[in-house]
Ligand binder design. Sequence first.
Ligand code: PLP
Length: 421
Amino acid sequence: MTAIPAIREIPARGRNTYDPAVVRADFPILSRTVYNKPLRFLDNGASAQKPQSVLDALQNSYASEYANVHRGAHFLSGAATEAYEGVREKAAGLLNAPGPDNIVFTKNVTESINLVACSWADAHLSAGDEIVITEMEHHANIVPWQLLRDRKGIVLKIAPVEDDGSFVLERFAALLTEGTKLVSVTHVSNVLGTAVPVAEVTRLAKDAGACVLIDGAQGVVHQPVDVQAIGCDFYAFTGHKLYGPTGVGILYGRTDRLAEMPPWQGGGDMIDTVSFEKTVYADPPMRFEAGTPPFVQAIGLGAAIDYVQALGMDAIGAHEHALCAHAMETLRDVPGVRPVGEAPDKAAIVSFVVDGLHSLDVGAILDRQGVAVRVGHHCAQPLMARMGIESTVRASMALYNTTEEIDALAAGIRHAQKLLG
Ligand code: PLP
């Protein structure tokens, strides 16, 4: 087994300046080439790359500490259980949740949202009750509510976004009524980069008596998150976008909300006692974790949380903010490039269209330059319709990206214009 470069060895910590060159050395994949070009990975909104410490944690878990959790009366099961349960503490720390019992493991943010829809919302909402979402939601924060609407006759209301991608609080507030039982909004739009003022949204929703869920898939990766300061009932995110492995997600739930939720899946691990007559369910969070959980993935996520916390979410946010400003400025200088999403409060996600060219073609030519971006509707088809477009090219930045990579993106677009124009 390779030696584990412990998180305390990350050199950027404690420095006055954030050095992406040092950070990049922690990510083995970033030194590879594609088509004989250096890889410029700007598709982090889809999934981020993994630092060596996460890869080592996965390897170590399988190679040295592997046994099923919560079950065995033996050393390895105890070690795996301790490591897995320890990640609840780490996730609680990342979100400033009161404690580990507020953290439910899921397989991704999509499952976290479906859990709330199938458990809390199914039990507490009835025909005519209203749910408010926004025009910029990912399908993961639309379809679960449509399923509930179709099952129970709930009304789905959509808060608008402005032409520049801004979210106007007053327009959202105008949708709230006595019938609003749930507000479910993204923290950061995965297409526009717009940062929703979630604390204000929560305050307004609470004044209207509604429960609040925040889809933090793109929020938790770009900035510090404090669920108690926000005041939300639920906050959901996905491990693989936070430099962790695939297959693990988090649902934060306020203690009283989790307590009032029925199970949504049945099986082992989520029970206290079972007889053929009656099952007594475990307390939260175990009540919501039926079957063998993705404990190795969770352990990998724990290493990812250690990693970002060692760098500091504030430092990561500041670095990405500067990258985003550079990207917006650079792309505005390329004739024919039109940014989609120019809200003043914006995370490092930059979508754009190129006049006269299809996004797919632009993406394919960028790929040949070693620049990895995402093209398409980004699982946000209603937002595409709202913006009057079918697709965008999206560059989504991470803690290891550099201004040189943004410049390579701009050069790649000019190259595409020359080839296809
Ligand atoms: N919500 C947002 C805002 C996203 O950006 C994504 C993924 O792109 C998701 C939800 C779904 O994430 P996952 O597929 O990991 O559940």
